[in-house]
Design a binder for this molecule. Structure first.
Ligand code: NAD
Length: 466
């Protein structure tokens, strides 16, 4: 039985919704539909716990956050199986076990960060100190692609900085989050971390959190369209916001790259988590001189990747997570098939399975290039002029990440600096680390997560003159 966690206690509801395994369509279990009163109780519990949590010593809060990381590590195998069953991603490859490893690593690293007071001036004219104070209650709203890891990215820095949290997972993947919150509540004071769920029909919990007067900040990861709603609603009580939204990352292969060497990195840059990754490579620009060799090497690598039920230990990619996303990918691929040259895949499989698809000879203006597919389909665009390729890469409302592939690192970096995006990778795509800030520009959102910069976003500055 999966329940919400409010004030350290299980909070149930007779009104529940089903969560299905995308590999089989079978019901995994049900989760509660929170009412407005449930959300109010969760916010009240977080507010009540806030002074005690903020008042603890920094060391004690760090130790509690380390205990959270240890709990995640100890429960990793249980949570990984649950994650595979509701999300579809395989246990192996860059799947559930990898996600749990990442969640624990992020939690552990972030637990070790701290933001000590700074002395800005100490002279005969006076002393100026800068302190970072928690904001109060942070509301976290997460998507379905990396439900466990993204929840940790949200709540751990918020807690580490002295805030309490109300967390709301996606209705498509709430179970692993509920179980994780239940487990880590065993090592946290009651009310410090609460979780509420809903299926977005009737009462929309996320929308209600964005307007809630008892929440001081929202950290939101999801689509740009929903991010706009959150931003509008947050104006009501001037909530602080971190918005991690959609991406349409470009990769650019320069003429001196080695096709054989980069094929594996290109594949996983685009197809990590079946392409359902905010910072996946969603368009690939390849120089005319090596275009055909790159396509050949990429397709050869992709042919060796095993797609199947995520619970099968041999699967390396699983199904698309949900019907809406599957239909979107199917529609974009069907359009691309009529415009470009299909090198691999190109047609939907059984159920929610969609084979890795690569379509060449496309251009900006084609829907698969312009829109965020968020699925296992990569468009390839041939170019001969690097300025035109950079302009095409930047011709997007998004600006999350981008990559340059070349044997000459300095030349690649020079091109990379011209990309309009928050992260640039050379000879890789989508790499993230807990010690490096990550965030988007343009309509991919604002604010950053990870590292000290991410921690600071969970605080306000107080300057004292004496
Ligand atoms: P989504 O916007 O549909 O849903 C995200 C969350 O918002 C869910 O928990 C949902 O229940 C909730 N929600 C729904 N309506 C709401 C409302 N009116 N107000 C507040 N919350 C509401 O996104 P999704 O389909 O779950 O995720 C896919 C999208 O997320 C893609 O566009 C992807 O690029 C993006 N994403 C971005 C990042 C990043 O770090 N930038 C990471 C992962 C995913």
């Amino acid at each position: 039985m999966f329940d919400m966690i409010i004030g350290g206690e299980a909070a149930t509801s007779a009104d529940r919704f089903e969560v299905r395994n995308p590999a089989t369509g079978e019901v995994v279990d049900t989760a509660p539909n929170a009412s407005a009163a449930d959300l109010d109780r969760a916010v009240a519990a977080a507010r009540e716990a806030a002074p005690g949590w903020a008042g603890m010593s920094d060391d004690a809060r760090g130790a509690a956050c380390r205990a959270v990381a240890e709990t995640i590590t100890a429960s990793a195998e249980e949570l990984a199986h649950l994650l595979t069953r509701e999300q579809g991603k395989p246990l192996n490859g860059f799947g559930s076990r990898w996600e749990l490893g990442g969640a624990a690593a992020w939690a552990g690293y972030t637990a070790g960060l701290s933001l000590p007071p700074e002395v800005l001036q100490d002279t005969n004219e006076g002393r100026i100190e800068l302190a970072r104070k928690p904001l109060g209650v942070v509301g976290s709203i997460t998507p379905w692609n990396f439900p466990v890891m993204i929840a940790v990215w949200h709540y751990l820095p918020a807690l580490r900085a002295g805030n309490t949290v109300v967390l709301k997972p996606s209705p498509l993947t709430p179970l692993s989050t509920l179980r994780m919150v239940e487990l880590v509540n065993e090592v946290l004071p009651a009310g410090v971390l609460n979780a509420v769920t809903g299926n977005d029909q009737g009462f929309n919990v996320g929308a209600a959190m964005a307007t809630h007067a008892g929440i001081d900040k929202i950290v939101f990861t999801g689509s740009t369209a929903t991010g706009r709603h959150v931003m509008r609603s947050a104006a009501e009580n001037l909530k602080r916001l971190t918005l991690e939204l959609g991406g349409n990352d470009a990769g650019i292969v320069l003429p001196d790259a080695d096709p054989e060497k980069i094929a594996e990195g290109l594949f996983w840059g685009a197809f990590l988590n079946n392409g359902q990754t905010c910072a996946a490579m969603k368009r690939l620009y390849v120089h005319d001189d090596i275009h055909d060799a790159v396509c050949e090497a990429l397709v050869a690598y992709a042919r060796g990747v095993q797609v199947g039920n995520g619970l099968d230990e041999t699967s390396i990619l699983g199904p698309v997570q949900n019907r809406m996303q599957f239909d979107k990918v199917s529609h974009l691929v069907a359009d691309a098939v009529g415009r470009g040259k299909v090198l691999l895949g190109g047609a939907p499989g059984e159920g929610l399975f969609f084979p890795p698809t690569i379509v060449a000879d496309l251009a900006n203006g084609d829907a698969l290039v312009d829109e965020e597919q968020f699925g296992p389909a990569l468009p390839i665009i041939r170019y001969s002029d690097i300025d035109a390729a950079v302009a095409a890469a930047n011709d997007s409302q998004n600006g999350l990440g981008g990559s340059i592939w070349s044997s000459d690192i300095d030349a690649a970096k020079a091109v990379g600096r011209r990309l309009e995006c928050g992260s640039v990778w050379i000879n890789r795509h989508g790499a993230i680390q807990p010690n490096a800030p990550f965030g988007g520009v343009k309509q991919s959102g604002f604010g950053v997560q990870f590292a000290e910069e991410g921690l600071k976003e969970n605080t306000s500055v107080q300057v004292m003159f004496s």
